[in-house]
Design a protein around this ligand. Structure first.
Ligand SMILES: Cc1cc2nc3c(=O)[nH]c(=O)nc-3n(C[C@H](O)[C@H](O)[C@H](O)COP(=O)(O)O)c2cc1C
Length: 314
């Protein structure tokens, strides 16, 4: 039989993150795509699997003083300090446009305490047009001496339970890579009722200007993102996918369809594109098209067929 006849013309790109169905597996990563309106002239938003908005806190935050961004070899450091408009203005000023995007809207939330996360989940659950919450646990717990929620399994579990209790929306918990064993964190969160996991957030790094002998960021340390972190992210996604049964969103240095496909093969059900939006605003659409091309070339009729398809052994 002519091989061309067996290859589907339009592969099925649909995936499901537990209760959250996506038209395709490509989303934007929190903090790299604003509130979507900033990219409306650059990207056909209704083509995206989903948009994850900049992290939202109960009160507005000014963030850190500049300089807040520094380009590194194959990546960037940022210490934005979670600047955002706060939940009230997010709902009144940002949601009206987000409702018109024609793709899934995921709201990333952050807090200083478990009560903050619970209150945010409660507020946002009552808002039309939000499809899921993504819980950023890479934040210091002010009540526990500033230890990040995402580095202590019992705190990550407590945040997950508190958010789940306040909302019927699907809850995605976003893991920090700044831990000794990512699998311990993933298990703690999965066992506490998370519907999906996203990983990874940025790796903590720093830069120094040898000429001035000063740090590159006013905050001294910041989060490393971009192609430089991809191998670490891929390894963590693979380890977590082997250990938990809830779906995973792979994040970290994804800039091309090939990058995204590597994460899907490692076991991710979907991916988020972050830093690439800064140097190639069209990256997300190119990645969607590139995944479809790859599936056609491989003779696969759906993206589901390659998820977790990493070949091991001889
Ligand atoms: C400028 C900037 C701001 C970010 N803000 C957030 C945020 O508000 N909440 C969050 O969970 N992650 C935030 N992140 C992390 C990204 O969503 C993503 O996890 C990380 O950058 C790794 O993906 P990438 O290598 O594709 O950028 C931010 C990253 C960058 C570069």
């Amino acid at each position: 039989m002519d091989n061309a006849m067996t290859i589907p013309s339009q592969p099925d790109l649909r995936v499901a993150l537990g209760p959250l169905a996506l038209a395709n597996p490509v989303m934007t990563a929190s903090g790299t795509f604003g509130y979507a309106a900033e990219f409306a002239n650059l990207v056909r938003l209704n083509r995206l699997g989903g948009v994850v908005v900049k992290g939202i806190s109960l009160e507005p935050r000014a963030g850190n003083p500049p300089p807040r961004i520094f380009e590194t070899a194959a990546g960037m450091l940022n210490a934005i300090g979670l600047e955002n408009v706060g939940v009230k203005r997010f709902i009144s000023d940002k949601m009206p446009h987000l409702r018109t995007c024609g793709c899934r809207i995921v709201v990333n939330i952050l807090g200083d305490s478990i009560d903050d996360y619970a209150a945010l989940a409660g507020h946002l659950s009552a808002v039309a047009g939000i499809d899921a919450l993504e819980v950023n646990i890479s934040c210091p717990n002010v009540k526990k001496g500033g230890v990040a929620f995402g580095t202590a399994p019992e705190m990550a579990a407590a945040v997950t339970r508190a958010v789940k209790q306040e909302t019927d929306l699907p809850v995605i918990v976003k893991l920090s890579p700044n831990v000794t064993d990512i699998v311990v964190m993933a298990r703690a969160v999965a066992e506490s009722g998370a519907d999906a996991l996203s990983l990874i957030n940025t790796l903590i790094g720093m830069g120094i200007d040898a000429r001035t002998r000063r740090p590159r960021l006013a905050n001294v340390i910041g989060g490393l993102s971009g192609p430089a972190i991809k191998p670490v992210a891929l390894r963590m996604v693979w380890q977590v996918a082997s250990a938990v049964s809830i779906p995973i969103i792979g994040i970290g240095g994804i800039g091309t369809a090939e990058d995204a496909i590597e994460f899907l093969l490692a076991g991710a059900t979907a991916v988020q594109v972050g830093t690439a939006n800064f140097y190639n605003p069209g990256a997300t659409e190119q990645i969607i098209d590139g995944i479809a091309d790859y599936l056609r070339q491989q003779g696969e009729s759906s993206v589901q067929a390659i998820i977790g398809g990493l070949r091991l052994g001889a």
